[in-house]
Write a protein that binds this ligand. Structure first.
Ligand code: SF4
Length: 291
């Protein structure tokens, strides 16, 4: 039997057209159509989510793989994701999921929040991670699973692009114990042209998560010629220093050509230079990835 859940975070707008307000994109969705992320659709004037209950990637990962370098080190995390994403990064390193689509007639196995938590416990995981694609687009599934997981004594971890509306963040973020949030390039121009989004919304989310006192780590995928300019990196470090603090772990990862981007892979020396610059400026926990 196919189970399709009602979505939250939407408003009626000139019924039967509706507006999803889960993320800053605020898609206006006509009956029978889906929003930009491809997993939330207008079913006769109600917003429905096809991602709820249908994970398409499940793995037991070391927590360090999220990456979280300073949270529950040495533990396993039950990791899952669905199809869909609310950004459109031309360098996407995981486009089989982010741009993947569900077939209504051939949905994967339905997995309840309770079953996710049972499996996590069976595999001796200490946490559940909402990851692989953007968890914001399956926020209702995240919320319900996180509540069951917390009741069972498991921690909740979000690996996110931070592109979420404040009203949704106010419900989802307090349920998390830790997050790794991407900052993809410290300029509005980069976000607009390369990701089809806005940096300001992402920074607001990062700051909000930090203010909640949760464990936060930040990742910047370094793409040569696009977001690796020394002044841009310094501006990012300035922002972290000013709005967060120098103890927030920072990850700088090397990009590899993927999806629509043809730039060459990031030279190892570029990533190491950025790491050294952050350390030189007094950031305490600076890590490199994909090198
Ligand atoms: S979550 Fe999806 S449908 Fe909702 S506003 Fe964002 S991209 Fe659009």
């Amino acid at each position: 039997m196919t189970t399709i859940h009602d979505a939250d975070w939407w408003e009626a707008e000139k019924s039967p057209t509706i507006r999803c307000v889960l993320c800053p994109r605020r898609c206006l969705i006509k009956p029978g159509e889906t929003g930009f992320c491809g997993v939330r659709f207008n079913g006769d004037g109600r917003l429905l989510t096809i991602a709820y209950g249908y994970p398409v990637a499940i793995n037991i990962d070391p927590i360090e793989k999220k990456p979280l370098a300073r949270f529950m080190g040495g533990t396993r995390t039950f990791s899952f994701g669905t199809f869909g994403c609310n950004l459109n990064c031309s360098f996407c390193q995981n486009d089989s999921l982010s741009r993947g689509h569900y077939q209504l007639r051939q949905l994967p196995q339905y997995v309840t929040p309770g079953q996710i938590v049972e499996q996590a416990q069976q595999h001796k995981c200490s946490s559940v991670s909402y990851t692989y694609n953007e968890p914001t687009v399956f926020a209702e599934y995240v919320r319900d699973t996180a509540k069951v997981a917390a009741a069972a004594g498991l921690k909740n971890v979000m690996v996110s692009n931070g592109y979420i509306s404040l009203e949704a963040a106010q419900e989802i973020y307090p349920l998390m114990d830790a997050a790794n949030i991407d900052m993809k390039g410290f300029s509005e121009d980069f976000y607009r042209k390369i990701c089809g989004a806005s940096l300001k919304d992402v920074l607001n989310s990062i700051e909000y998560f930090y203010q909640l006192g949760k464990h936060l780590e930040l990742t910047n995928l370094v793409i040569p010629g696009y977001n690796d300019d020394a002044a841009l990196i310094d501006a990012w470090l300035d922002w972290v220093e000013e709005h967060l603090d120098k103890n927030v772990p920072l990850h700088f990862s090397a990009y590899h050509p993927a999806h629509k981007m043809a730039a060459p892979p990031t030279p190892v020396k570029t990533v190491l230079k950025i790491r050294d610059r952050a350390l030189e400026r007094g950031f305490q926990y600076v890590f490199t990835g994909n090198i």
